[in-house]
Design a protein around this ligand. Structure first.
Ligand SMILES: Cc1ncc(COP(=O)(O)O)c(C=O)c1O
Length: 379
């Protein structure tokens, strides 16, 4: 079956007991056994839950992986991957990661004995240098497009590099979604998602997931899903599963709106720079064209002027809500330096390009003319 069909049907067969077309939300925390140890595959809801399982099956299918484990948030999914490592293992992170991932590595897992390095930029050489500086390189963590600068890293080239060192390759596919990009088919071992974003799609559920190309890579993570217990509740699982059904059509519209807006912003006074991988002048345009089906719904802009002007712009928007998060049907605007990326020390943030005049736009699926008018009046 093709992507859109799988999004609607995989893991969502009519309920065998009632015929219910839509998978039921299984709220029961426990399952009655006919004799000790004799059950229908479900014992206790932290360990297995039918609604969560439906979501995991669907997401595994969309990412073309063998297995998926759903978590209570994107960071819970991320933490499970790091928890499955051994003290002394080395992690290389990309140069422009989501601030929460950076914070988790720097403030938590570094303390627990993981050796952590970050590539200086998106190039193969920079990643190679970071890998070589580790005594026991084990895991390469990539995000593409990156948050918030929309840089592109070449998944297949970096996966090949990591394989020469027997490293596990993880791609945070939150920005692209499996509709636009399939990291597992490009050589990654694991994909991680904040399902809070495009997969849920309506800004009404927090969740995360890990998808594995091969079942064996998931063993430690699946163990931790139960042992540490950061699982999504049944209602949350259901909401993400419902979101997946419309992912393909939503992504088409997100991409169309973002492309149109990005083109207009390049000609707009007051905007110093536009970061959108679908613009031919973007440094990642070629690689994005190769590894993505389209360029996504996220745009960042560098405004002329100072932080004060950027704050005024954000506050004046009316259709765009000034809010953290992204990937919902409604357009959002974020000031990364004071919001999503405030946990990165100022100096480091600025050398990476996350300056006080940077504004990130999550372009929703409203009528694009209203979005354009809103940006123009705010400027
Ligand atoms: C790219 C990316 N990865 C991971 C996360 C963390 O996900 P969550 O907020 O669901 O824990 C986020 C959140 O903004 C994100 O943008």
């Amino acid at each position: 079956m093709k992507f859109s069909t799988r999004a609607i049907h995989v893991g969502q067969e009519p309920d065998p007991t009632t015929g219910s077309t839509i998978p039921p939300v299984h709220l029961s925390t426990t399952y009655t056994q006919s004799a000790p140890g004799q059950h229908k595959g479900y014992e206790y809801s932290r360990t297995q839950n039918p609604t969560r399982k439906a979501l995991e099956q669907c997401l595994a299918s969309l990412e073309e992986g063998e297995d998926c484990a759903a978590f209570a948030s994107g960071l819970a999914a991320t933490a499970a991957i790091f928890q499955a490592m051994e003290p002394g293992d080395g992690v290389v992170g990309g140069h422009d990661l989501y601030g929460g991932t950076f914070r988790l590595l720097e403030k938590v897992f570094h303390r627990w004995g993981l050796e952590v390095r970050f590539a200086a930029d998106s190039s193969l050489e920079a990643h190679d240098r970071a890998i070589t500086s580790l005594s026991r390189p084990r895991l390469l963590w990539l995000e593409t497009p990156t948050n918030p600068l929309l840089d592109i890293v070449d998944i297949s080239a970096l996966a090949q590099l990591a394989k020469t060192r027997a490293m596990t390759v993880v791609v945070d596919n939150t920005f692209a979604t499996p509709y636009l990009q399939k990291p597992l088919s490009l050589g990654a071992d694991l994909v991680v998602h904040s399902t809070t974003k495009y997969l849920g799609g309506h800004s009404d559920v927090v969740g995360g997931a890990v998808v594995a190309r091969q079942k064996e890579v998931m063993e430690g993570i699946r163990f931790l899903q139960n042992a540490a217990g950061a699982v999504p509740g049944p209602m949350d699982s259901y909401l993400v599963l419902r979101g997946l059904k419309t992912l393909a059509v939503r992504m088409e519209r997100h991409c169309d709106n973002a492309r149109r807006l990005a083109e207009i912003l390049t000609k707009t006074r007051g905007v110093a720079r536009v970061f959108y991988p679908g613009l031919p002048e973007h440094s990642g345009f070629q690689v994005a064209g190769k590894q993505m089906g389209d360029f996504g719904g996220m745009i960042s802009i560098q405004l002329e002027g100072d932080a004060e002007r950027a704050h005024r712009f954000c506050s004046r928007l009316k259709v765009f809500s000034l809010a953290e998060s992204l990937g919902g049907v409604e357009s959002l605007c974020c000031h990364p330096a004071t919001m999503t990326h405030a946990s990165i020390p100022r100096e480091l943030r600025e050398t990476r390009g996350v300056t006080d005049t940077l504004v990130r736009l999550s372009v929703g699926i409203e009528d694009v003319e209203d979005l354009i008018a809103d940006i123009e009046q705010a400027l």
